[in-house]
Design a protein around this ligand. Structure first.
Ligand code: HEM
Length: 107
């Protein structure tokens, strides 16, 4: 959220570092370095995020969705570390996914 707020000119500042006192985000590359995220998984995440934002209760409009999408996609090179395949990876925690879907998640 800080990243989005910062990128869209909001008052919050995305610092890009982790500090020991107070809260600050790690860089996107550091936060996702060990996660083995590939291109297909990243794209799926962005499409789910867009779907959630477009739906109620958020009802984000097309212009704003475009802006948000551009911000999210701008992080792709930092987040995608697995270039061996572009196929979206299956969820490795199906119980947690089912619980999230049951709670109104994008499934
Ligand atoms: C537009 C794409 C994404 C953005 C903007 C984003 C943003 C973030 C941010 C801000 C954090 C917290 C960093 C911190 O510790 O300060 C984070 C952590 C994390 N993200 Fe993402 N993320 C994205 C995509 C993804 C995807 C596609 C996955 C998995 C499929 C993912 C999995 C995770 C996980 C597991 C963590 C926790 C890492 C840890 O605590 O060590 N992220 N992400």
């Amino acid at each position: 959220m800080l990243l989005l707020d910062n990128a869209s000119g909001g008052p919050q500042k995305y610092l890009g570092v982790k500090v020991t006192s107070g809260f600050a985000c790690e860089s996107m590359a550091v936060a996702h370095a060990d996660l083995g995220i590939n291109s297909g998984t990243f794209d799926k995440f962005v499409s789910i995020a867009a779907g959630v934002l477009a739906a109620k209760p958020f009802s984000v409009g097309a212009d704003d969705l475009g802006t948000i999408g551009t911000v999210l996609v701008s992080t792709k090179d930092d987040i995608v570390t697995d270039t061996t395949t572009t196929a979206e990876k299956a969820c490795t925690a199906p119980a947690a996914c089912a619980a999230a879907a049951g709670a109104g998640g994008a499934g």
